[in-house]
Design a protein. Sequence first.
Length: 280
Amino acid sequence: MRKWMIALAFLLSMLSGMLAWAQPPSPPPIRYPDLSVGVLSEDPGYGERWSTDIFPFGNYVGPTTGQDVFCRTYLRFSLPFAPESIARAVLTVYVDDYWPGPGGAPMSVYPVVEDWPAGVDWYDMATWPELGNPVATTQVTSDGGWFTWDVTGLVREWASGARPNYGLALAAADLNSTASHWAAARRLTAGDPATRPYLALTLEVPATATIFPPTPVPTEAPAPTAAPPPAPEPSPTPTPIAALLPESGGGAGATGCLLGGIGLALLLLAVVLRSREGAL
């Protein structure tokens, strides 16, 4: 009976480790912007020159006025994560309008290097928040749909405090170009929350759990007050079983912990039974 219980304990411990490794990866956390605004340098002829729902970016020549029009979208995200846990950060934007089509143009992500929106006149391009050097560039086309920019380095700098988190901006790859290419996110779907721009984060959190806590070591042994009692008969000492602990989150990890606990309980019960047989 005792041998069967020990074998079952080993089997359950191994099964718990297998279930822990079999956990499906968690989807990347999604961070939506806390602040957002899209701006145009000139009157577009209809609608507003700035919006918190429609996000244009790129430069073009106005077909009616003949003036150069510069467009930018500013986004700011809060990031309650440690920098070492951020494996990847991707800005994802839904483009549903482009001019002129068919065509495409490179669009870049820039870090914003000063605070906003306090004191910013969105109708005056000269007071728009200043941008740093581009950190990612993607070819945006008139086909529309979701476009992405890898901004991992920038986001890690925000999280570590190496760079102040004033957000980022989407604009033409050449900020001074007057090429006729203009894109907009949510111009046709501003009322749909599913088309909001967002950061997709992939996080890596190392597991730090241990099975057996360390035994405290006394700094000084107390002086004996009486003769020590006779030493008890030696009893077998259970050997710790190495088991893979699941990381936090996921139903398979919880199941693995439960099975590991059952296996450890059965092993201890077998040791107790063996000790009692030796005493008898």
